[in-house]
Design a protein around this ligand. Sequence first.
Ligand SMILES: Cc1cc2nc3c(=O)[nH]c(=O)nc-3n(C[C@H](O)[C@H](O)[C@H](O)COP(=O)(O)OP(=O)(O)OC[C@H]3O[C@@H](n4cnc5c(N)ncnc54)[C@H](O)[C@@H]3O)c2cc1C
Length: 408
Amino acid sequence: MTRLRESDHVVIVGAGLAGWRFVEAVRRDGYEGALTLIGDEPYAPYDRPPLSKQVLAGKWGVDKTTLATPELVEKNRVTMRLGVAASSLDVATTTVHLSDGATIAGTHVVIATGTRARKLPFSASDLVHTVRHRDDVERLRLSMSTLAPASTVAVIGGGFIGAESATSLHANGFVPLVLEAAERPLISILGPDVSAWLEDLASNAGIELRNGQMIADVEHDGNEFIVRFDDGGELRAPMVVVGAGAVVNDEWLATSGLTIDNGVVVDANLLATDRVGALGDVARFMWQSPAGAELVRIEHWQVANDHAAHLAQFWATGDAPTSMLVPYFWSDQYSKKIQMLGHAKPTDEVHLVSGSVKEGKWTALYSRNGVVTGVVALSHPRALMLSKVLLDRTTLLDEALLRAPWAS
Ligand SMILES: Cc1cc2nc3c(=O)[nH]c(=O)nc-3n(C[C@H](O)[C@H](O)[C@H](O)COP(=O)(O)OP(=O)(O)OC[C@H]3O[C@@H](n4cnc5c(N)ncnc54)[C@H](O)[C@@H]3O)c2cc1C
């Protein structure tokens, strides 16, 4: 690996969180050469977590989510190519082809094209709302302004985006009805125990949640939506919001010759080749987890930041960061904060170590084969952060229970 030089040109594809953080980090690490940031949205990089929270709740305007202000763009000396998509990548010449016919030849390419909201195959799929982009939320806010107070809104999917959207809709005086296909929301991510402990959050917040609700179709009759259930029932609502997970934006790399398998497969330094890296939601990276090395793709805000810092440092200085990446995720839903460190599997064992489910404040550890794989907390931020030491290096469960850092 040769270090970046002033004569180099790094082309970053995807003007989201990871792409922008890479720009900032590589400048901080001393790179003086050219930087070009390509984004298919017409906006300067912005932050997505507030979209389903503060922006949807009407507390913030979308402008407040902007990460790359004009001053920061100037300070970081980056050429912005916004409103145009990358359509292919020639890996051998590190050349990016754009949908408007232009080509940009760099010496290095960073792939940071993220994910998009999954579309479900409903008859009215073009009319339902999703929450991924700034435009989505502006459209949703506009539709909300046409609804009568206390209108029912069908929220399809009780995962993170569905729950946060329902919370924000409720804060606006609407009546969200959360329709979850699984036995319980988040069961496939947090496992059966933790998802059970979280099950009452919706009802405690005055929001109806229906589990195991399979949806056959969503139609629109020109006036309202008709949500048709598998069991023959139906729900009529003036608005439908879908939070059904995400799909990786990697199709534009189909002819690149890179290994694409549920994301761009990269090594522990986020490299697909010496001069092509991938970051954030789109990267399927080799992660040195407490339980051993695994190939993972993780859609967390913190991971996109850490990836950007890692690749920038590696290319700019030649040295890879030595600390272990500890994934971190939070979600604000139903007036509570769920936080998680690590990347536990839903099949991992769970141990409640602090607080109680009854009081709505607790911390739990995940473990696999006697090794701590994650920490999850409900409205217990201090205990969670104190427990990070358990994931900074491999920690045995017995040792963790003895040390009990959450109680410090
Ligand atoms: C509503 C919402 C709430 C969230 N809340 C939380 C939270 O509370 N906690 C948490 O940890 N995480 C949260 N996340 C996840 C977090 O925001 C993502 O992990 C993070 O944005 C990933 O950054 P990224 O740069 O990889 O992708 P993105 O931020 O998606 O950026 C990728 C960019 O690339 C663009 N692009 C795609 N294809 C092309 C192409 N061919 N050419 C050019 N540009 C392209 C996309 O349009 C996008 O602008 C949330 C996400 C959403 C959508």
